[in-house]
Ligand binder design. Structure first.
Ligand SMILES: Cc1cc2nc3c(=O)[nH]c(=O)nc-3n(C[C@H](O)[C@H](O)[C@H](O)COP(=O)(O)OP(=O)(O)OC[C@H]3O[C@@H](n4cnc5c(N)ncnc54)[C@H](O)[C@@H]3O)c2cc1C
Length: 233
């Protein structure tokens, strides 16, 4: 589709929450939010089908502490050592502390890790203990198939696949000085070739991040870090 074929005469849609990105981050956010606020109306915007994301193609597993022979402190120490000075230690500690409940959350959504299928937890480079939850060598697909199934069953969630966020809308752009809060996004509906306006109280950018580094290997631009760069602080 060329630029001249795209119409800007789209419609304006309002939701309570807009989530841009249908990888593990976007879908997990939606399910966590619905536990707290079951009645919010959510638009899930995804530039490809829900089965096309870095999350879906992840082959390896997810590290989390489980057994008594392991500890959060040991997992943190392993991670800091492997990070070779690049880790933000506070974030490492937070993520690792949340590991066990994250695995429980995924279990609750129906993800069947190998451990439940009678296999041991995996051990990978940088880890001193067995703590890698896997589903064969298709962990991402197993996780995403479960999350996609649950999200598709939520009546409050409008799923818009093949819809791309092309820019954010801020109050500042609309002459409200000194306020740069994001109030929505311009969304290109690929099949109609129309740009719609989506407005919401909360907009979540879950468009992937450093995952775009893998384009060199994967040649697929599934993440949009530039969109995050455009968001005001
Ligand atoms: C081959 C491979 C193997 C990996 N192995 C592992 C592993 O073993 N363990 C591990 O922990 N991690 C692994 N990763 C990394 C892991 O997959 C990512 O860190 C994680 O999936 C990122 O999730 P996400 O939801 O943030 O982003 P993504 O899964 O990248 O999802 C981004 C979503 O945003 C959508 N999107 C992007 N831009 C726009 C836009 N402008 N408008 C609308 N939608 C948009 C995309 O379509 C997609 O749905 C691997 C990745 C790959 C590719």
């Amino acid at each position: 589709m060329s630029d001249s074929e795209v119409s800007q005469q789209g419609q304006c849609f309002r939701y309570d929450v807009i989530v841009i990105g249908g990888g593990i981050a976007g879908l997990s956010y939606i399910l966590a939010l619905l536990r707290l606020r079951p009645n919010v109306r959510i638009a899930l915007i995804c530039k490809q089908g829900l089965h096309e994301s870095n999350s879906y193609y992840a082959q390896g597993g997810i590290a989390a502490v489980s057994g008594p022979g392991d500890s959060i402190a040991q997992h943190i120490a392993d991670t800091i050592a492997s990070g070779d000075g690049l880790c933000e230690e506070q974030l490492v500690a937070q993520m690792i502390a949340e590991g066990p409940e994250t695995i429980q959350f995924l279990n609750d959504q129906g993800v069947l890790f190998d451990q439940a299928r009678g296999f041991q937890l995996g051990k990978e480079g940088g880890h001193s203990q067995r703590r890698i939850y896997t589903h064969g060598d298709r962990t991402g697909a197993a996780v995403m198939n479960a999350l996609i199934g649950v999200v598709r069953r939520q009546p409050q969630v409008t799923i818009l696949e093949y819809h791309t966020a092309v820019n954010l809308i801020t109050q500042e752009q609309h002459s409200i000085p000194k306020k740069s809060a994001v109030i929505g996004a311009y969304i290109l509906a690929e099949k109609e070739a129309v740009i719609h306006v989506f407005l919401a109280n909360i907009l979540i950018l879950a468009t992937g991040g450093a995952g775009i580094l893998l384009i060199l290997r994967w040649r697929q631009a599934m993440a949009s870090p530039w969109l995050i760069e455009r968001a005001p602080e």
